[in-house]
Design a protein around this ligand. Sequence first.
Ligand code: SAM
Length: 404
Amino acid sequence: MLNSPLSASSNELVINILAMVLSEGKPLDRAYSQHFSGLKLVPAEQARITTVTGDILRRLNLYCFLADIKPEEMERLGSKLLNVWHLFHELELPKMQYSLPVDPDDLVARIEQAKTNPVLWDGCPEWLDTMGREQLGASWEKERAALNRPPKRFLRVNGLKVSRDELVQKLATEFVSTQVVDSVDSALEVTSDSALFRTNSFKEGLFEQQDAGSQRVAAALDAKPGMRVIDACAGAGGKTLHIAAQMQGKGRLLAMDVEQWKLDNLKERARRNGAHNIETRLIVGSKTIKRLKLTADRVLLDVPCSGLGVLKRNPDAKWRDTADRLPVLMELQKHILSSYSRMVKVGGIVVYATCSIFPCENRGQVDAFLAENPNFRLLEDETISPADTGFDGFYLAKLERIQE
Ligand SMILES: C[S@@+](CC[C@H](N)C(=O)[O-])C[C@H]1O[C@@H](n2cnc3c(N)ncnc32)[C@H](O)[C@@H]1O
């Protein structure tokens, strides 16, 4: 994980970031950007801080149990948790100015006790374990273990500007080592600890950072040059940019979302990527969708979801009100699938996708949709399993419109 302890100031930052996530309910990425902006941290130290913070959040209940503190006590007692974290990973204790001591015998006893509880050992809250068992049965345990591993870093090669082999060579000259991902044509795994966003390759738009599992979603859409394609929950455009590359910049690609700031972000990324066939449109009501009825060859519905497939990368979702929000999210998923799918032409394809591995957000939604919409048929669906692939977890279903 690390080969030397964090400095006093880095420990302080980890505690402050954790407190912001756990006490103020801020998303982890926002807590990072708020704490890192204005600081002149070297990239390697920033990476060490995110490594430790991410690992603590992936197994928060375990570390809190070992330190005998509660998550909401992070601001006051976080130094004890950080001491426990270092001892657990067989590192020297960090040199913090004020820190609460750890009783080594108590820690050993607590580690032994925790080992007898696999749910705690995997950093899983009780509600999630119950849901995982209900939803996935026997395969839940391997997914639970996979979801607490550190995420790998993947790139999507921007085929509009460079080939995968050319990018490997170019990145090597910038001291970034990568290896090809056999099962995903557009993906490279980053194997060095490099600051990717500072490379010229990134500034020139030769790649985007994107999980390999996520890259399978846009690939399933099979968009071709010259088609009319709608990405209806485009966000900041991770998948839109991939679709634009599939279309080789030819045809019309409409990126829609209910948040204008995300679409603005998308436009900036599209410029860097050299993706010139993207138009953005804010969804302001049902009319925006109705006007596009039967107009598209392909529609991607990358719907809002629990994010429970991507917990390696966003572990803070385990410690929020995710379970309470799930019914609301599922209602929204149902609405988006039934009304936005009308934008596809007869013979066209809709891909419904989530970053969840739970059937209630996935095949359950698709089956309910098909029962009410016999004018669509399921061509194929796939759950991308974090345990089997090492990627983040996603679901995708390819639906063909067979009649108006
Ligand atoms: C899973 S995210 C999309 C991620 C994006 N496709 C990507 O690859 O980066 C879901 C998106 O749906 C948007 N959204 C929420 N409610 C929506 C609605 N009613 N219609 C369309 N988009 C919606 C959210 O703003 C969010 O950007």
